[in-house]
Design a protein around this ligand. Structure first.
Ligand code: PLP
Length: 448
């Protein structure tokens, strides 16, 4: 029988990770005495770092008053206040918030709300959803069906809804043709999306779903100028909804509260999660436009969905405190400034590196992509598991970063994602790049 070290079902069934026993600011402390600079906030979660005193105080206050009340009977002050903070000013027409426990639940709710909206509008034939390859929308079955990530989907393919199809993402490094301008690339992607609407029947499409800045699967991939305007126009012309997944890139990560603000468009439905609660509590949300909710209010009068922990008062109080700190401390400005510094340092350290093909990102959301050969953009053999090796080497040097890659939908590549807390100091940003540089060079020496 295999040796057993823990009753917890960890990600690896062969290894038990060290216990984290504390944290402060950008650092996490392990039981073996290591201090790890959390340069990716876990998976772009810890936007305020660890144990932020104002968030902990707000949670303690809420915990001493009310922790849980079922939404079939009650609302709560933290839920009402958090919704007011997020959508009271109706950003881009988003007027209502539905609080769930994480990103996948927010995506599931978004898909179901779209479907119910069209049924209640008298368009029940709208049952197709278009998403993009090399995207990740979560691991529950609906969200997994939405994601365009072949290896994650493969084992569960028979269980996944056939309502989703996938088009080419706006991933310039891998998808743009040689000599093609940004405008030509955008036109080609728009034509492909239009063709997919036509293939399915334009009046059968409920929504197009995309991450404004692609996180886990591709590594901080921003779209070329004009892409999201083109997508919005196609959805509008065909009467379909636009759902944006800002679970990873939202809530200030790219320098504006919502990443879509920098694209000159707004979604009809939006999913948020990680930076909403900053990891202080499990919380996500679906934000929905007034037009959708008004239609359902005038129809059946209820969103036909729900979970036990909807709008959990302690989770909402934690998220409210996180959002208050971001606003009161002017952290969006800090994300922009430190983001420029991070870009500059990454460019100095890796801009001429023979095995770094691309440095990309926005705000405090950056990735480097490793290549065997820069000129041909040839990736390393996925069997090397280069990104995993860099993660392990960085961890050994006291740096937490988020690896990604291997082969995703036929596109091979290894990247390392950085998403430092918004509170990171200038020195800490420098330290992140130094430690990452050491880890990358050590690993490349061992495989070359
Ligand atoms: N959508 C995106 C863009 C994500 O990055 C993630 C998680 O990484 C999810 C959805 C799923 O969120 P969760 O893991 O909280 O269910």
């Amino acid at each position: 029988m295999a040796a057993r070290t823990s009753r917890v079902l960890h990600r690896s069934l062969r290894e038990t990770p060290p216990k984290a026993i504390g944290g402060e600011g950008v650092y996490l402390f392990a039981e073996d005495g290591r201090r790890v600079l959390d340069a990716s906030g876990g998976a772009a979660v810890s936007c305020l770092g660890h144990q932020h005193p104002r968030v902990i105080a707000a949670m303690a206050k809420q915990a001493s008053t009310l922790v849980y009340a079922h939404t079939a009977f009650f609302s709560s002050e933290p839920a009402e206040a958090l919704a007011e903070t997020l959508v009271g000013h109706e950003p881009g027409g988003l007027a209502y918030a539905y609080f769930v426990s994480g990103g996948s639940e927010a995506i599931e709710a978004s898909i179901k709300l779209s479907r119910q909206y069209f049924i209640e509008r008298g368009e029940p034939q709208r049952q197709h959803f278009i998403a993009r390859r090399q995207s990740y929308h979560g691991n529950t079955l609906g969200a997994l069906a939405a994601g365009g990530n072949a290896w994650r989907r493969a084992p569960y393919a028979p269980l996944l809804s056939g309502a989703f199809s996938h088009v080419t993402p706006a991933f310039a490094y891998h998808e743009k043709h040689d000599g093609e301008s940004d405008a030509q690339f955008v036109s080609r992607l728009a034509a492909e999306l239009e063709a997919e609407f036509q293939r399915l029947g334009p009046d059968t499409v409920a929504a197009f779903l995309a991450e404004p800045v692609v996180g886990a699967t591709a590594g901080a991939v921003t779209a070329p100028d004009g892409y999201f305007k083109a997508v919005r126009e196609i959805c509008d012309r065909h009467g379909a909804l636009l759902i944006l997944d800002e679970v990873m890139c939202g809530m200030g990560r790219t320098g504006t509260t919502h990443a879509w603000e920098q694209e000159g468009i707004a979604p009809d439905i939006q999913a948020i999660a990680k930076g909403l609660g900053g990891g202080y509590q499990p919380i996500g949300a679906m934000l929905a436009s007034g037009k959708i909710i008004d239609t359902i209010r005038a129809g059946t009068g209820a969103f036909q969905h729900g979970h036990t922990y909807l709008a959990h008062p302690l989770a909402c109080a934690a998220a409210l405190a996180v959002q208050d700190v971001i606003r009161e401390d002017g952290l969006l400005t800090q994300v922009k400034e430190r983001g420029r510094q991070l870009e500059q340092r990454l460019t100095e350290r890796f801009g001429n590196h023979r095995h770094v093909g691309d440095i990309r990102g926005r705000g405090l959301f950056w990735a480097i992509e490793l290549v065997a050969d820069r000129a041909s953009r040839t990736s390393f053999d996925p069997a090397l598991k280069l990104n995993q090796k860099i993660k392990a080497e960085a961890f050994a040097h006291g740096l937490g970063c988020y690896p990604g890659g291997g082969t995703v939908d036929g596109v091979r590549g290894d990247h390392v994602l950085l998403a430092p807390p918004y509170i990171a100091s200038a020195d800490e940003i420098d330290l992140i790049v130094d430690r990452l540089g050491t880890a990358v060079d050590n690993v490349l020496r061992s495989v070359n």
